[in-house]
Design a protein. Structure first.
Length: 154
């Protein structure tokens, strides 16, 4: 890739596309590496520990990269759209944070990330989570609906 003289902005855009395409492949390999347990050969307890040691990453960054890598394996539309430079890492991270939605949801969120702002993606991910929470059983037993009949013997 050559530097476009007189247009550093173009170079930055092109380089970023190349960088994110490379990162998509790196994240897939990271998930494979974690699953293999090869990080243990270096005496590390987990892949996150290994990443902190080898790359100097913070714990939350290492964990996030690993989770995004696993999401790219399970959700090919996310991998392809990120590898092709159609969505940013920030948008990918938000969409990947959802617990395996339907393929149609991923497609719509990728479409939004391509033409909307990151704020738009944040809002839709938030709304999706709120919607999904309404379908889940409450965590507290006293909030679950039930009918009990007790006979007071006394």
């Amino acid at each position: 890739m050559e530097y476009a003289i007189g247009d550093p902005g173009l170079w930055l855009v092109e380089f970023n596309r190349w960088w994110e395409s490379s990162e998509a492949l790196w994240l897939l390999r990271l998930a494979e590496f974690d699953r293999s347990g090869a990080w243990g050969a270096d005496g590390q307890k987990t892949c996150v520990h290994w990443m902190r040691w080898k790359f100097g990453m913070g714990r939350s960054t290492a964990y996030e990269k690993l989770q995004v890598g696993y999401a790219l394996e399970r959700r090919p539309i996310l991998f392809e759209s990120f590898r092709e430079g159609r969505i940013s890492y920030s948008a990918l991270r938000l969409i990947a944070s959802l617990d395996d939605p339907d393929t149609a949801v991923d497609e719509k969120l990728v479409d939004l990330a391509e033409c909307g702002s990151l704020g738009d993606v944040e809002k839709m991910v938030h709304f999706y989570r709120m919607h999904k929470e309404q379908e889940d059983e409450p965590h507290e037993p006293e909030l679950r609906r039930q009918v009990s009949v007790r006979r007071n013997v006394g």
